[in-house]
Design a protein around this ligand. Sequence first.
Ligand code: SAM
Length: 362
Amino acid sequence: MQYLAILGRKAEISIAELEALFQSVQKIAPSLAIFKSDNPPDITRLGGSLKIAKKLEVAVIEHLSNIPDGKITFGVSDYSKNASPRSAFSEAMKIKKILTRHGRSVRIVTGKDATLSTATSLHNGLSGKNPKKCELIKRGNDWYQVIGVQDIDAYSRRDQARPFRDAKVGMLPPKLAQILINLCGPLKNGATVLDPFCGTGVVLQEALLMGYTAYGTDVNERMIEYSEKNLKHFDFSNFKLAVGDATNYKWTEKIDAVACEGYLGAPMSTPPAEIKLKEQKQICGDIVLGFLKNLSTQIKPNTPVAIAIPAWLREDGTYSRLEIVDEIKNMGYNVNNKSLGGLLYYREGQIVARDIIILRKV
Ligand SMILES: C[S@@+](CC[C@H](N)C(=O)[O-])C[C@H]1O[C@@H](n2cnc3c(N)ncnc32)[C@H](O)[C@@H]1O
């Protein structure tokens, strides 16, 4: 079955996430990708996609006519090349006229753009849960029905409900934690996901929500206490935590995948001077390389690792990366080509960005 994804703010990261999980992923516009999947993708597990839609196999009127009796509520998002708010509205009106002629009661949801925002779609109940309400997507001559919309409110709740937070360690957004886990590829239900820099436990929390077993270690005892309290707050029990330095710790559980955000160095509010940058690169580079070396002797071949490491904003607006790929390869890992600088996650103007590296033990 063919699906369409409306990609998140960092489209390349969203694409990488889809590629890790689905077949025939193809970017067809800056914020759109099509892909194939045997089962309907679950948007609540995809941190990088804003909407997922399924290609209609019948004409749009036939599709809507099949909706059981009662009022039909729908909106049209036009993602075609030359779309405008007018084109979306006129498509919606055409459909409404035909359905009304067929005796159906219809309400159209409109927005101010050619496409409905995720909030409009979500708050009007067009996210695919109610069979009488839907968002239709037009892309050229193809039509899709939205089957899932990113639940922004659920992500904020998960982020803010955690009782133990620490601004100093940097707070990983839950959707980025999901992306890191997904970049490891499809995992079996119950698989053990290790986060050796678990901090306050966002990756562990998201892994547990996705049905995996969580294993977290951190050099800082206080962080392990925070993780424990946060995970207990969400009523999880299927996790294991321990204090340990990732550069020399011997993990005691079987590890199926590693998803983590490594040490990101000192928090910064302005681009670092050259000398400070060099120092931070040395500190962070030593930790990540020490960790990967230690890990390589403890995981089975083909075990996936997705790690976010720091990159620093320079005065000229570009990011300075750690450039450790060759050293990682020499340790016996395959490095996904996407990791060569293409997967930077940051908010506009953020000094320390997250540079995502995807590896597999050879
Ligand atoms: C950027 S934070 C991770 C934050 C985490 N993703 C969260 O959700 O809170 C990095 C973490 O790495 C830990 N850390 C630093 N050096 C370490 C080392 N050598 N081994 C293990 N953990 C380390 C720090 O204590 C910190 O909790």
